[in-house]
Design a protein around this ligand. Sequence first.
Ligand SMILES: [Zn+2]
Length: 337
Amino acid sequence: MQTKLHQVVPLFHRYTSPLSVPVRMAQFILESKAGASDLFRKSYNGFGIKASPPWQGPTVLHESWEADGRKHPAFFRKYPSLEASIQDHASFFTSTPYRAQIAYRPAIEAKTYQAEAQALAGIYAGDPGYGDKLIDLIETYQLTQYNQRTTPQWQPVLIDRRDQALGGQARDRQLTDITTIVWHYTAVSRRLRRKIWDHERYWHNDRGWDRGGYHYYIDSDGTLYQNYDLERITWGVADHNQDTVHISVEAGSKADYSIEQIRTRDWITRQLMSQLALPAHQVKGHWEVNPNTQCPGYTQAEMDHFRRLLAQPLRTTPLVEDHDLVLDGKKYQVHPV
Ligand SMILES: [Zn+2]
């Protein structure tokens, strides 16, 4: 089981520290080799903190590289979990008067992450290049995005085209009639960059429909369009439109969905679940409602996976893709929290 970088972010936010989250995360990545170091494996010590006063907890004997370029055995703090290590490290800088007022005062009072990182060099670690290494990690993994105490709520671009949608709006039903949110794809390659009005033209001209199929539509870029009020019954699933809301993505197959599209679909799905008070198990793929189609391309297991995710509250939304942690050209794994 692999833990991704963004999954440890809430732990850094849970325990406040006079040091910033990006610097603390960079220390974790550097000191523990992102959880792959021997010391971390045997003690959950993610920051290389020795068993110095006022520590009274368990310790572990470990050989570490020191400033003289040699390995020396020393006792290090031992924790029951990564979380305990992050908590102890958060308060480490103010854990004695000497640390708070002298040793780490320049880091605590620094105004930028660069100054903060440089202020740790030669003090937290003997390595004079320690600050540069932290700065490099902060920039490589864009750790400043985690600086906010609460991750800003991500939102897609939303375009309201209800006044242009094929067939217009009408009150065909009540919101309480709606029991199911249905996912679709358009079955057209994302690279063709079709738009909802292209599909409407086809529905109207070739199939004679008096209205469109989807309340919400996500284009090739992940932009969200609202086509209809939820009270409007649309032609999304043959014989099952009375009680369904339809979301469709401009994609030709399961493999064609982009990250941006999936993120937008999750966002609007959660909005609708909340607005309509529907549980995650009422989110269905088209074929689950009416089986004579492959739409939206997912298997039963994949739909179940999405429903499990939707059943969990959103914790943090990574603003960039997760990185596999790479140090010194090697890929490291962060151990389970
Ligand atoms: Zn469909």
